[in-house]
Ligand binder design. Structure first.
Ligand SMILES: CC(C)(COP(=O)(O)OP(=O)(O)OC[C@H]1O[C@@H](n2cnc3c(N)ncnc32)[C@H](O)[C@@H]1OP(=O)(O)O)[C@@H](O)C(=O)NCCC(=O)NCCS
Length: 177
């Protein structure tokens, strides 16, 4: 099964993606700033492209975390999203996205948001398939890789804890009934 995929290790830098878009009136929320969902969609697009560049195939979004909106983005801002693969598992990979808004009138650059998306590479039947190893070459890439590993451990621990809690609730419910 693994034989059909090119699992040659690839440098993180080869997955790098830059997307730039002008924020328009149709991107606004009721306050007149850019709607968070617009930025989330753009971030998912940029991160998915990084994941697909690394894996050479289709990837689906499994989870998003730590999407922190640090500063509002305004209509008329030029938004640039930079995405890169931070770390890979067996079939999944984490991509980080940094969103910077440029206030065009002043040239001020604002770090508006950072987020981490997890994707799973899938085969033609929609089943998870192996992804190539990642080579973190620079100190920055190695830092991102380590931090992504910490987030993966936290995600998995959180998932297990929720499952344990639900199981305990179910067994309490059934013994009460
Ligand atoms: C992605 C999908 C195929 C995974 O199926 P699955 O049966 O959970 O597969 P597995 O249990 O084998 O897990 C696959 C990988 O996902 C990871 N994963 C599963 N749940 C996760 C979670 N909550 N957070 C992060 N990673 C998770 C696993 O750790 C595993 O990674 P690894 O192989 O690198 O260790 C399936 O969940 C799916 O189709 N989801 C819908 C995706 C979608 O439609 N996205 C939105 C539109 S793109």
């Amino acid at each position: 099964m693994d034989g059909q995929w090119d699992l040659t290790p690839r440098p993180a830098s080869a997955s790098s993606v830059v997307l730039t878009q002008l924020m328009e009136v149709t991107d606004a929320n009721v306050l007149g700033n850019v709607h968070g969902g617009v930025l989330m969609r753009l971030a998912d697009t940029a991160a998915a492209l990084a994941a697909m560049k690394h894996t050479g195939g289709v990837c689906v979004t499994v989870s998003v975390d730590e999407m922190l909106f640090r500063e509002p983005v305004h209509v008329g801002d030029l938004v640039t999203l930079r995405a890169i693969v931070n770390q890979v598992g067996t079939t999944s990979l984490e991509c980080g996205v940094r969103i910077v808004a440029e206030r065009l009138r002043t040239g001020e650059l604002v770090h508006a948001s950072t987020a981490y998306f997890v994707y799973v590479a899938i085969d033609d039947q929609g089943r998870p398939r192996p992804v190539p190893p990642l080579v973190a070459e620079s100190a920055e890439e190695r830092r991102r890789q380590k931090e992504a590993t910490l987030r993966r451990e936290a995600r998995m621990a959180h998932k297990k804890e929720i499952e344990r809690h639900r199981e305990a609730e179910r067994s309490t419910g059934s013994s009460a009934g």
